[in-house]
Design a protein around this ligand. Structure first.
Ligand code: SF4
Ligand code: SF4
Length: 193
């Protein structure tokens, strides 16, 4: 099995796609994730990109810090003149899951507070607060937890305000087990739209 496929299964890539389909990147973001930072990929993904467009793939190098990974330095050469991905249907795993980011914990996935990431964080907090409202914990305990989540959202709003100017931002960590429930919450909430 191709390494990218095995990784996609491990990180619940299909569920992440189900979550991301509820959001749209604002034009004002100017494809920030494709034009800044580094884009990592696996060997099988490099081969796909090289076969699709060898000239643009020529900018991809091995990653000296992780020999099994390949690296496209920003701005990505597959970003076309109108800010669209030239290989969208075959884009690497990291691109397809952003603003979610793999980490080394093995139990959680990171979420960057970019414009779309912030909306997901806000919706994740809504889901938690909704779940708390139906739980049988005491009103006092519920009130403390709800306040904590509201403060969480406020702090990510601050991160969002610096997203385009600060290279390192606080990431929310979402347990893999909660991705499916978030996806179902969004599907049910948006089903009438
Ligand atoms: S995923 Fe986030 S950073 Fe990338 S274009 Fe969309 S809003 Fe911007
Ligand atoms: S491959 Fe496409 S989605 Fe990925 S960084 Fe490049 S332009 Fe963006």
């Amino acid at each position: 099995m191709a390494i990218s496929l095995a990784v996609k299964r491990a990180i619940r890539y299909d569920i992440i796609q189900n979550i991301l389909r509820h959001y749209e990147c604002p034009p004002s973001c100017h494809s920030h994730c494709c034009s800044k930072g580094q884009i990592h990929m696996f060997e099988d993904e490099l081969k796909v990109l090289s076969s699709l467009d060898p000239a643009r793939a020529g900018k991809i190098t091995t990653d000296s810090n992780s020999p099994s990974l390949y690296l496209m330095q920003a701005p990505c050469s597959f970003l076309n003149d109108i800010g669209r991905c030239h290989v969208y249907e075959r884009r690497p795993t990291v691109c397809g899951m952003y603003p979610f980011k793999v980490n080394t914990s093995g139990t959680t996935v990171g979420l960057q507070p970019c414009p779309v990431g912030y909306l997901i964080i806000r919706d994740f907090a809504s889901w938690i607060i909704d779940t708390l409202s139906k739980s049988d914990i005491s009103p006092e305990e519920r009130s403390v937890l709800v306040d904590e989540w509201k403060k969480n959202v406020e702090s990510y709003a601050l991160e969002l305000s610096e997203f385009h100017s600060r290279p390192v931002l606080m990431e929310m960590q979402i347990p893999y087990d909660e991705l499916g429930m978030l996806s179902m919450f969004l599907a049910s909430r948006n089903s009438g739209k």
